[in-house]
Ligand binder design. Structure first.
Ligand code: UDX
Ligand code: UDX
Length: 467
């Protein structure tokens, strides 16, 4: 079967860029992204490409080339499903907040709702592809829902097959990851459907990089990849704390161990802990699965990766307070960076959220700068609106957005760098120091600034992982 029409349910950080690149590389395929969120769809259709709902370097160019040609964004879900040869499910699967498995298991209600909608609206043979990261054996649920629809409609020739095709893109590099993937993973048990999906990718991906597995291996590989990546970050953050205590430098340690080809040099940057929509959620999922199958030591092993990450975030907030003579109450602190990493406007699970909340709790006045994250997002993440009347002296913590770094540091006691935005490597430290209150501090939690220049300008400097 050759796929001519694709529908993707969920036009988010994963579905949006992924479908845009498929449309770009496969002009012969019509790709329609649908989403329940009408505002999001409107933003994808915005004539001003600077206002797409997802910020990714290179994304606007891809959308500009394909939108209206073979890439469409709509809220008309039913029609798009009916017309599709292949339906991708790319809805969000957050950690359950209540009920069985609360705090660990994934909430699959949107996956289930989407599967039911596909079951009802699809025509002819439809290949259903799991794009969301899901707990192992979710495909079984999707299959059960789809096959019930198959049986229910006699005379109609509706049929389905289910594939797992996890997405490994990282935010901030989504377009280059999609255009040049290390591998594409397709799990399934129907060779014809696997071939159909592989054929799409083979328009731009070397066939040797297209891996085929069974459904469960594919689902589990995604959770495992994220767990291993997150584990590296917790490992380096644990070593970073030890470096700070002993006089070693975590960057030197990372370089030394990273030159071992068995370890590799990537993903060894100490920082405020990992954020993003996937790592925490996927590890908790793995923990839930291990426990479900009675593998308690394995569950505890992975759980510790998340615990270390929370500890790191709390440690940073405590350390800032203690260096500032044990109190930040009424002090102005410039926070540089709110996104969970550079080159994205995404703040899901951003370490900046818990660190800022802890500092607000201590009564600090935060001036927050981020090149891409807007005031509304920060308001909702911090659970508190920006203070209107400037930063007062009241005991209550408050925050304000800052349009520039220089505005943020005006009268501040400390600069705290939480995201590794490229521009923070090139700050004008003499100009910054001149605007701050003495003694002024730099807490560089990403070790990305020119710390030497900051020292020369008269700041006291704390660098993550530097003893
Ligand atoms: C990611 C990945 O898809 C998933 O692998 C990971 O597990 C977590 O989230 P992402 O694209 O980053 O998804 O999520 P998000 O940006 O929230 O996009 C999901 C979209 O699905 C939203 O726009 C939401 O409105 C939409 N949606 C959700 C639907 O259209 N229908 C639904 O029933 C539910
Ligand atoms: C991750 C996976 O990399 C990707 O394959 C998967 O599809 C989704 O989850 P993402 O969360 O977008 O991608 O970003 P990633 O680059 O992995 O960074 C995750 C977090 O780890 C960020 O908060 C980042 O700042 C942090 N990080 C990363 C470090 O603290 N140190 C590092 O060395 C690398």
């Amino acid at each position: 079967m050759t796929v001519r029409t694709i529908c993707c349910i969920g036009a988010g950080y994963v579905g949006g860029p992924t479908m845009a690149v498929i449309a770009d590389r496969c002009p012969q395929i019509q790709v329609t992204l649908v989403d329940l969120n009408a505002e999001r769809i409107a933003a994808w259709n915005d004539a001003d490409l600077g206002r797409l709902p997802v910020y990714e370097p290179g994304l606007a160019d891809v959308v500009a080339r394909c939108r209206g040609r073979n890439l469409h964004f709509t809220t008309e879900v039913d029609g798009a499903i009916a017309a599709a040869d292949m339906v991708f499910l790319s809805v969000n699967t957050p950690t359950k907040r209540k009920g069985l498995g609360a705090g660990q298991a994934s909430d699959l209600r949107w996956i289930e709702a989407s599967a039911r909608q596909v079951a009802a609206q699809a025509r002819g043979h439809t290949i259903v592809v799991e794009k969301s990261t899901l707990p192992v054996r979710t495909a079984e649920t999707i299959q059960a829902i789809l096959s019930a629809a198959q049986q229910g409609t006699e005379g109609d020739t509706k049929s389905f097959s289910v594939l797992s095709n996890p997405e490994f893109l990282a935010e901030g590099t989504a377009i280059s990851d999609l255009e040049n993937p290390d591998r594409v993973l397709i799990g399934g048990d129907d060779p014809g459907s696997i071939d159909a999906l592989a054929e799409i990718y083979s328009n731009w991906v070397n066939p040797e990089r297209i891996l085929r597995t069974n459904l469960w291996s594919s689902e589990l590989s995604k959770l495992t990849a994220n767990a291993f990546l997150a584990q590296r970050i917790s490992s380096i953050n644990a070593i970073g704390a030890l470096c700070e205590a002993t006089g070693a430098d975590v960057k030197e340690v990372a370089r030394a161990i990273g030159s071992d080809s068995r370890l590799g040099s990537k993903f060894l940057a100490a920082g405020p802990g990992f954020g993003g929509s996937c790592f925490r959620k996927d590890i908790l999922n793995l923990v839930y699965l291990c426990r479900h199958y009675g593998l308690e030591p394995a569950a505890q092993y992975w759980e510790q990766v998340v615990e270390l990450n929370s500890w790191q975030q709390q440690r940073i907030a405590r350390l800032v307070v203690s260096r500032l003579f044990g109190t930040v109450s009424g002090k102005r602190l410039a926070v540089l960076g709110f996104a969970f990493k550079a080159d994205t406007n995404d703040t899901r699970e951003s370490p900046a959220i818990s660190i800022c909340r802890d500092l607000l709790e201590e009564g600090a006045h935060l001036a927050i700068h981020d090149p891409k994250v807007g005031v509304d997002q920060i308001t909702s993440d911090l659970g508190q609106g920006a203070s209107a009347s400037g930063l007062g002296l009241a005991d209550e913590g408050s925050w304000q957005p800052a349009a520039s770094v220089l505005e943020a540091v005006e009268g501040a006691d400390a600069v705290i760098v939480l995201t590794e935005w490229g521009q923070y490597a090139q700050l004008d430290w003499p100009a910054i120091a001149a605007r701050m209150r003495r003694p002024a501090w730099l807490f560089d939690v990403r070790a990305v600034t020119d710390a030497e220049a900051a020292r020369v300008a008269g700041l006291r400097v704390w660098l993550v992982g530097e003893g």
